[in-house]
Each structure stands twice: as structure tokens, then as C-alpha cells.
Design a protein around this ligand. Structure first.
Ligand code: FES
Length: 82
């Protein structure tokens, strides 16, 4: 199925790119921009983004690596001892 009509990117292209990126670097964060880059293309009108993202989310290799999932936790406050 064509996902991005400007760049002629199919759902199969997106899944292949995600699978390749995950196999190449298990710790990588996969974004739409990186998928475009992996395919040697760049977004044009951006009208495909909702479908592009939902296609990406259906790929089981998209998940953020476990070791990186805690990066957004707030730092622990230091208690002052005086
Ligand atoms: S449809 Fe994908 S950039 Fe235009």
C-alpha cells in the first residue's frame, strides 16, 4: 500500500527500513525522519504523516530500547543536610 504519494513509499518500504535499522543498531531511536533518510528520501508535503506514523507503530521493532525508556524520568531531588 502506498503511504507517501509524494515519495512513492509503501508500507513494505517503511517496515523494511525499520527492521533494517533495528537489526543494524538495537539501541537506535527510530523516527519518521530516519525512515525517510534510510530510504534515501525526504518528506515533501507532510500530508502522509498520520498514515506514516500509524504504519510505523504497527511494526514490533519500533519500540524504544528498554535501556533508554527511563531517560525522561525526573531527576531525584537532592535533600539538603545542614
Ligand atoms: S505524501 Fe508524503 S510527503 Fe507528501
Amino acid at each position: 500500500m502506498i503511504v507517501c504519494s509524494c515519495q512513492h513509499i509503501t508500507s513494505r518500504d517503511i517496515h523494511s527500513a525499520i527492521d533494517w535499522m533495528r537489526a543494524s543498531d538495537p539501541a537506535t531511536i527510530i523516527t519518521p525522519g530516519r525512515v525517510y533518510h534510510a530510504l534515501g528520501k525526504r518528506a515533501d508535503c507532510g500530508g502522509c504523516m498520520p498514515l506514516f506514523l500509524s504504519t510505523m507503530r504497527r511494526n514490533s521493532n519500533l519500540a524504544v530500547p528498554a535501556e533508554l525508556t527511563g531517560l525522561r524520568q525526573r531527576p531525584q531531588r537532592k535533600e539538603h543536610t545542614a
